[in-house]
Design a protein around this ligand. Sequence first.
Ligand code: PMP
Length: 369
Amino acid sequence: ASLIRREVAGLPRYDPGADPAEVAALSRSSRIIKLSNNESPFGISPAVAEAIRLGLADGVSRYPDPTGRRLAEAIGTSLDVPAERVVLGNGSENILELLCQAVLDPGDLVVTQAPGFSLHETFPRVMGARVEKVPVTGEFGFDAEAWSTALAAGPKLVFLANPCNPTGAVLSTGQLEHVLAATPASALLVLDEAYGEFARLDPEYPDALEALRGQDRPWIVLRTFSKAYGLAGVRVGYGVASDPTLVQALDRVRTPYNVNHPAQEAAIAALGDHAHLADTVRRTALEISRVTGRLEQAGLRVVPSSTNFLFIDTGRPSDRVAHELHRAGIIVKAWREPGYETYIRASLSTPEDNDVFIRSLTAICVKDK
Ligand code: PMP
């Protein structure tokens, strides 16, 4: 028998969107513009930088608070939920993993989106679960009938990213209600709002905590400090659960010190810095609309996005486009999923960098027309 479990041996490796060796080579020879990971180009505020500095100065020889009490309380207060319903993770991806470990038995069914976030499929598969992916309609819309059918098959867990990565599209309040009505009351509904801070500008975007309040079912809303808060490097995300017992179950499976001390301090400071968040969200929205317009003028199809990234149909093999962009010092993520082999996903950066991206992408797409 083989040492490695069959489920694990068959998994794809996480695709970070750029070959690290290629990135290293590029950054030696020139400045690189990294648009592959949906990070914030606007970074953190001086207050958050200071919190990290103090966190490093006073904390690294001791273990962090394993309960993350101060951060959980700050999150609870900001959302008006008790801290007992808040779980912290080493990035929100850590919580996705914990949920699968706590809930899934081999053979269980998980329903999620296609195209979607790779870890919504990888973590269930590690547990030996089956994954059913519900495709979007041809116009990147919500396919109500397909969701009803998939949910009627009796999933144990439903992963729904709102907004969706990679499309950037938002599920409206009505569409969320459709999913809620069709999801068996025994299933755990996971609403992944990694890009929620950006989407809140969109009037269609539901207030999930409001929509889920009073639902007689298990649910959890996941958020992260990695995107709009600009803290991807310190790794901290959180979940707000329907019930403290779900948080307690995750506490049993997580590594006790999963969120380090400087990260906890950074997140507390970031949560309190409303002005920096608002500024990042506003500047991002301006660039999303400007770059979308420019690419459309150049004849490219761009999916309307309520996030900090764009899903772009280049009309030619995305691997080739990404490779040519790499040569120009720009890193994007090429899509390889069947049906989307001509798409790239690019997060936006500063206006100057985005102009370089627009020029390079349109030059590549015009050149081989
Ligand atoms: N969910 C979605 C939909 C994402 O796109 C990402 C980041 N790529 C994550 C979760 C995980 O983010 P993090 O672990 O940095 O919080």
